[in-house]
Design a protein around this ligand. Structure first.
Ligand code: 4IP
Length: 144
């Protein structure tokens, strides 16, 4: 089938080599349209959400349950899923680095702060991979 096809067929999401940022302008627009039904759409300033999920953000005594939203821009917003308020964002720069500690715990290093995050569902590696792909997309000349 591949040989008969004159063009490379659009890569499917399930293809392991497809990066989270591998999106045509048309795909971005199509997904933005679909995103309007996402309850977090109004919090992400019109940016396309690439990945979202509930995480625990550890700071001070009590960990905070937050919806983490990785978007084009790039941005890493976090919102309170109960009040639906945007609580903040992890600042992006070429120096941002993800680090998985295990399947649940991962860190996001920024120049001024290390964010201690935990994915209760155990997708920490997926988070780090997605963050790394976004980093490479926006800062291609940096070493990861
Ligand atoms: C808060 O803890 C929450 O963890 C905040 O998280 C956090 O802000 C505050 O850190 C921290 O003091 P307490 O409510 O127990 O005091 P969130 O904003 O998600 O609610 P950020 O957003 O920065 O993690 P400070 O130092 O940023 O205020």
């Amino acid at each position: 089938f591949e040989m008969l096809s004159p063009q490379t067929p659009p890569r499917k999401k399930s293809e392991p080599n497809r990066k989270i940022t591998d999106l045509s302008q048309a795909e971005i627009e199509q997904r933005l349209e679909l995103q309007k039904t996402n309850i977090y759409h109004d919090l992400v300033e019109g940016n396309l959400i690439l990945k979202q999920g509930i995480i625990e953000k550890k700071k001070g005594i009590f960990p905070r349950r937050r919806m983490l939203l990785l978007t084009l821009g790039p941005h890493l917003y976090y919102a309170d899923p109960v009040t639906m308020c945007l609580k903040g964002e992890i600042p992006w720069s070429e120096d941002l680095k993800s680090e998985a500690k295990n399947f649940k715990k991962f860190f996001v290093h920024t120049p001024n702060r290390i964010y201690y995050l935990e994915d209760p569902d155990g997708y920490a590696l997926e988070w780090c991979k997605a963050i790394d792909e976004v980093k490479t997309h926006y800062y291609p000349l940096q070493q990861s």
